[in-house]
Design a protein around this ligand. Structure first.
Ligand code: IMP
Length: 446
């Protein structure tokens, strides 16, 4: 049995929720390892529609265990709200949802600082999700944060006092007047601690037990490679490593236990918030993609910026994530276009470059060099076999494989689980093992 990672290859919102949900029958547990409730994973499960932010999408499958790993930043109120939504929908979480005691707690103070900073940045705002993600990771890096396991501990007040000293000073510098109430926050933390009792543990040991027992783990990444704090379009990035190395550090499972990576690539590109986006379309085609692809942020409700597929970005993502096979999503959104473009290189300072530059000015200066494809102008929704795709759509997929140098193992042609092409390739077989047939059966049967 294999352990696989799901990684976004663009700026997030590649459709990870649906693919995780589809692949679950081949795995025993699903693990989140970075980020927090800035992520928004949309899953259609039967007739129901779920927007999950913190809890791994796979938990909708009754046989799956869900783990929120040590690399995450967790706002307890957001966690309880989501658990409540699942319970209201009849999804039982008892004995199958676990939160790492080493994970970092997002306090309302972090949220206040995130919002105050964004307001102060004005036009240069990053466009964060206002969930306190960045300030919480900063508290972790400065070794001041409260962790899930600290919430009920005797040293809590002293930790909060130190944290309030640092966050309070930053908030005051940004114009905040209110004092941070340490006693009230301590009382709140103790309440959270009691409510987290059925969920919190040192999940590293559970995961190692699973690996020893030969159970298969699916690591559910959030956001995308270009939002990675090291590899993304800095400073317009999130504050965690969103790439696959973080699956190990953010869960405590060794990199040697990971067998491969599903790279999620949308058939066009979107991004939310500020920052460079070489293939962005600010015209009618961009608006068409936004409408047809329903490109509105799950967490913030913001319209997403839309543009053509960029294989310079995809190649880079495939390399740094070690993508074994691509899941190409939302191909059907392109169905009605007369022409489709794909950037395969950039023109930069008079040169043609195929490798993604790492410099912030270069991202702004880079002019995409496009290859134009004829549209297929027929519906691909719900097509199950690769050979049944219209020839022009097959050409498009093959071109992606050639440019990125990674095979496309899945093609998503609609939001539902059954609207997916699963190709019988060595790479998909390797990652799904015997589960390949289970995934096929579940896709057909749902
Ligand atoms: P933060 O993660 O809230 O700090 O936001 C930093 C940047 O990451 C902003 O551009 C957000 O729009 C973006 N971002 C964070 N989470 C997601 C996501 O799940 N999908 C897409 N963009 C995201």
């Amino acid at each position: 049995m294999a352990n696989a990672v799901i990684a976004g290859m663009q700026w997030g919102d590649e459709g990870k929720g649906k693919i995780v949900d589809l692949l679950c029958p081949a795995f025993d547990a699903v693990v989140r390892f970075q980020g927090g409730h800035n992520a928004g994973h949309t899953v259609k499960f039967g007739d129901r529609h779920f927007s999950l932010r913190l809890i791994p999408s796979g938990l909708l499958h009754p046989a799956m265990t869900g783990v929120l790993g040590n690399g995450m930043v967790i706002a307890p109120d957001a966690f309880f709200e989501e658990v409540g939504e699942l319970h209201a929908a009849g999804v039982d979480t008892e004995g199958r949802l676990f939160v790492s005691s080493r994970a970092t707690v997002i306090l309302p103070w972090h949220v206040a600082l995130d919002q105050a900073r964004e307001a102060e940045r004005g036009d240069a705002a990053i466009g964060t999700t206002s969930r306190g993600i960045g300030p919480a990771y900063e508290s972790k890096a400065s070794r001041m944060s409260v962790r899930i396991g600290d919430l009920g501990q005797p040293g809590l007040e002293a930790r909060l006092e130190r944290l309030a000293g640092s966050l309070g000073a930053q908030l005051r510098a940004l114009g905040a007047r209110e004092e941070l109430d340490i006693a009230a926050m301590a009382a709140q933390c103790r309440e959270w601690d009691a409510a987290l009792e059925p969920y919190a543990e040192d999940t590293v040991h559970r995961l190692h037990r699973y690996v020893r027992e030969g159970r298969s783990l699916l690591f559910e990444g959030a956001q995308g490679a270009l939002l990675d704090v090291d590899h993304g379009t800095f400073p317009y990035v999130t504050s965690s490593n969103t790439t696959t190395g973080a699956a190990a550090t953010g869960s405590g499972v060794a990199p040697t236990a990971l067998d491969g990576v599903f790279g999620l690539l949308k058939a066009y590109t979107t991004r939310v918030g500020g920052g460079p986006f070489p293939t962005e379309l600010k015209d009618r085609t961009g608006e068409f993609l936004r409408q047809r692809g329903n490109e509105v942020g799950t967490v913030t409700g913001r319209p997403r910026r839309c543009g053509w597929l960029d294989t310079v970005v995809a190649r880079y993502s495939a390399q740094i994530n070690g993508v074994s096979t691509i899941a190409l999503t939302k191909l059907d959104v392109l169905d009605d276009l007369d022409e489709i473009q794909v950037a395969t290189a950039y023109r930069l300072r008079g040169e043609t470059v195929r490798e993604l530059p790492g410099d912030r000015q270069d991202w702004v200066d880079a002019e995409p060099i496009y290859r134009t494809f004829k549209g297929w102008k027929t519906s691909t929704v719900g097509i199950l076999g690769f050979e049944e795709l219209p020839p022009a759509a097959r050409d498009y997929v093959r071109r992606v494989e050639d440019e990125v140098e990674v095979p496309v193992g899945l093609v998503s042609t609609g939001p539902r689980r059954e609207e997916t092409i699963l190709r019988d390739l060595p790479e998909t077989r390797h990652l799904l093992g015997e589960g390949f047939t289970k995934v096929l059966a579940e896709r057909q049967g749902s």
